[in-house]
Design a protein around this ligand. Sequence first.
Ligand code: BDR
Ligand code: CA
Length: 306
Amino acid sequence: MKKRSIIIDTDPGIDDAIALAAALFSEELDIRLISTVAGNVSLEKTTNNALKLLTFWGKRIPVAMGADRPLLASPSDAAHVHGASGMDGYDFPIPDRSNLLAEHAVNAISKTLKESAEKITLVPIGPLTNIALLLRMYPDAREKIAEIVLMGGSLTRGNKGVMSEFNIACDPEAARILFESGLPIVMAPLDVGWKALVRPEDAAKIKAMGRTGEMIYALLQHYRSGDINTGFEMYDSCAIAYLLRPEMFEVAETFVAVETAGILTAGTTLVDLKGYLKQAPNVKVCVDINEKMFRDWLLAALKRCG
Ligand code: BDR
Ligand code: CA
């Protein structure tokens, strides 16, 4: 089977860690690079967390450290959701730093694209700073980008601001650069993440899966997006689920704008499903998810991790 080549841009983050587990052990994906960005916690911590996960699984995948702050917005984080380390709750082995490249993530992404025989799909599951810098610094990179499948934005309400989702609200200008780029974009917004749940009975199954299951279960005890009674929200895994099982999503091709000027609404995605703005579609937006298919897929994906 021909694997799909991807680059994951991430800010681990507990749900990022679970998304990475699902991607790293998939036989359908070839992860060419993991790039890190400041988001859920500082760049140093997100990079350390990516390295911790690779060491835990004994995987050799290059990691490149990217932007340590947004383009214009003031830095912020989500340590209240993921813990001070970004992945609180598990005592990871000391990370093997030999996976870490010396070059900046934006250069590493550009180089990986340039040297690739085929196009690569970018999968950003954190703020979009690295991707925006890539498009500005290496405009030719776009020729090698197959698609951008991201977790971010919202159809309705926010989780960072009243209307704005964390990944977009952390760096609204970067998101705007991407959404105005004309590249093929798929967006898995908060709204599908709210339905992409690990429920109590699933958490028990995960715990019994072995080493990875125990690690994920321990992290979930410290994850503050949802809870053990109502279910934990698996936002970032939605991007991986779309890559592997797009049929579990209902998708609408529509125009999406990013608000950057609003005093109270900066970082809001305006998903113009009714065509008020009279603009051509620029994004495939996941508007709904088959919850059962997602849960079955995620549990099977995590079981493969050993
Ligand atoms: C997004 O914000 C982060 O806290 C999560 O990792 C996810 O990428 C959800 O809004
Ligand atoms: Ca994330």
